[in-house]
Design a protein. Structure first.
Ligand SMILES: [Zn+2]
Length: 410
C-alpha cells in the first residue's frame, strides 16, 4: 500500500470508530427510559430515578459533542498537514532522534490536551457540579492537570527515550528490549503504584483501630489472607463517588478504601466489598491481568518492529521525512482496530473476574451485604440500571448491576 492509500485508510479508521461508538451510544440511550428490573426496584425512589435519567441524558449529549469535536480536530490536523508542520518545527531545534521524538510528542500531547481542556473543565464544574458529585476546587483541578503532565513527561518521556535508544542501538530487534523495559515498568507500577503515584494526588492513612478494622481482620484471618495494609484514601476531596480497589501482590499487597465508601456503607457492607477484593487476589486475577497485558504489549511491539522502518507508515500521516516518532503515530492509528479487539477481550475477561470475585465474597462471607452495597454505590453514582447489551459488551469492565445481583442471589 502506498502512503496516499494509507492516509485515506487512517481517515477511514478514525471515522469508523466514531460511527461505531455513536451507534452504540445511541442504542444505549434508547434504553434510558426502560422500566427498572424488579430486583432493583429499591435502588432509586422516584425523584432519584428522574435525576439519574437526566444525568444519563446530559452525559450522552455532552459525550457526543466532545467526541465529534475531537474527531474533527484529528481529521483537520491530518488533512491540513499538522504532523508535518510540528515535525518541521521540531527539526528546527533538534537533530537527535530522542530529543526530536520527545519534543514532537510533547507538543502534540500538550496541544491536544489544552484544546480539550474546556471539555474536561465543563464536565467537572458544570455537569458533575450540577448533579452534586463535584468536590474539587478550581485550584485542585489545575494542579491535578499540571501534576498529570509532569508525571507523563517523566514516566512517558523516560520510556519513549528508552525505546528509541534501543532502536538506535539494536535496529528492528529493539522490540525485545523495549518489551523487557515496559514489562519491568508494569510490574514495578503494579507493586508500588500506591506508594509512588497515589501520594502525588491523595492522602492515604492506615485504617484506624476500631470495630471496622477488627471485623475486617477477623474476616481476613478466617480466609487465611494476610492483610496488613488497609488504607483509607481521601477521595472526597474530588468527588462524592465511592470506590475500593486492590493493588500490588506479595508483601506489597494492599486494599484501599475511599473515605466516601466508609461513610456510605455499614460495616457488614464494607467487609463484603473487601471480601470481593480479596477474591480478586485469591483467584489470581491481579497476576493474570498483569501477565495478559505484558503479552499483548509484546505482540504489539513485535508488529511495530515490522512496520517502523517502512517510510510509507510515517508518510501516511503526512510527514515527509521518515522517523521513528512519525512511524509510531501512523502505526498507532493503523493498529487501533486491533487494539480495540484486544480491549474487548480484556473487558470480557474482566467481567468474568468480577463474577468470580462476587462468588468468592458470597462463599466466604455473605451475598446480602454485597448486594446492598452494590445498590448503594449505584445510587450514589446515579448509574445506569438498564444499559444496552451491545454497549455492555463493548465498554463495560464490570457486569451490569442486575446481572451481578442475579448471580449473587442464584
Ligand atoms: Zn471487582
Amino acid at each position: 500500500m502506498n502512503s496516499t492509500s494509507l492516509f485515506y485508510l487512517i481517515g477511514f479508521i478514525l471515522i469508523a470508530k466514531f460511527a461505531i461508538d455513536t451507534v452504540l451510544d445511541y442504542l444505549n440511550a434508547k434504553k434510558f427510559k426502560d422500566p427498572i428490573p424488579m430486583e432493583l426496584a429499591d435502588v432509586y425512589d422516584e425523584a432519584a430515578y428522574s435525576k439519574s435519567q437526566l444525568y444519563k441524558r446530559t452525559n450522552y449529549s455532552f459525550g457526543l459533542l466532545s467526541s465529534l469535536f475531537s474527531l474533527l480536530l484529528t481529521l483537520g490536523f491530518l488533512w491540513f498537514g499538522g504532523f508535518e508542520w510540528v515535525d518541521t518545527f521540531v527539526r528546527g531545534f533538534a537533530t537527535e532522534p530522542i530529543t526530536m521524538a520527545l519534543l514532537f510528542f510533547g507538543l502534540i500531547i500538550l496541544g491536544s490536551d489544552l484544546i480539550m481542556l474546556p471539555f474536561s473543565y465543563y464536565r467537572t464544574f458544570v455537569i458533575e457540579e450540577k448533579f452534586g458529585f463535584n468536590k474539587s476546587s478550581r485550584k485542585l483541578f489545575f494542579l491535578d492537570k499540571i501534576k498529570g503532565w509532569g508525571m507523563l513527561a517523566v514516566l512517558g518521556g523516560g520510556m519513549l527515550a528508552g525505546i528509541i535508544w534501543f532502536f538506535e542501538w539494536a535496529g528492528t530487534s529493539f522490540w525485545l528490549y523495549a518489551w523487557g523495559l515496559i514489562a519491568l515498568f508494569s510490574i514495578v507500577m503494579n507493586l508500588f503504584y500506591s506508594r509512588l503515584i497515589v501520594p502525588l494526588f491523595n492522602k492515604q492513612t492506615p485504617l484506624e483501630d476500631g470495630p471496622l478494622k477488627d471485623k475486617i481482620q477477623g474476616y481476613a484471618r478466617k480466609v487465611g489472607f494476610e492483610l496488613k495494609n488497609i488504607f483509607v484514601i481521601d477521595g472526597s476531596k474530588r468527588t462524592t463517588k465511592a470506590n475500593a480497589y486492590f493493588s500490588g501482590f506479595g508483601k506489597e499487597k494492599r486494599v484501599t478504601l475511599y473515605d466516601t465508601l466508609i461513610s456510605e456503607l455499614n460495616e457488614n457492607e464494607i467487609v463484603a466489598v473487601l471480601a470481593h477484593e480479596v477474591g480478586h487476589y485469591k483467584k489470581n486475577h491481579i497476576v493474570v491481568n498483569l501477565t495478559t497485558s505484558i503479552l499483548v504489549t509484546g505482540i504489539t511491539l513485535y508488529l511495530l518492529s515490522l512496520f517502523v522502518n517502512n517510510p510509507e507508515v510515517a508518510m501516511a500521516i503526512g510527514v515527509k521525512i521518515p522517523s521513528f516518532h512519525a512511524a509510531l503515530i501512523g502505526f498507532g492509528i493503523l493498529y487501533s482496530p486491533i487494539s480495540e479487539l484486544t480491549g474487548l477481550a480484556m473487558n470480557y475477561l474482566s467481567r468474568k473476574f468480577e463474577y468470580e470475585a462476587d462468588n468468592y465474597a458470597k462463599e466466604t462471607y455473605e451475598a446480602t451485604p454485597l448486594i446492598s452495597s452494590l445498590k448503594k454505590l449505584s445510587r450514589n453514582s446515579l448509574s445506569n440500571l438498564t444499559p444496552h447489551p451491545a454497549y455492555v459488551f463493548m465498554h463495560y469492565s464490570h457486569p451490569p448491576l442486575i446481572d451481578r445481583v442475579r448471580n449473587l442471589r442464584a
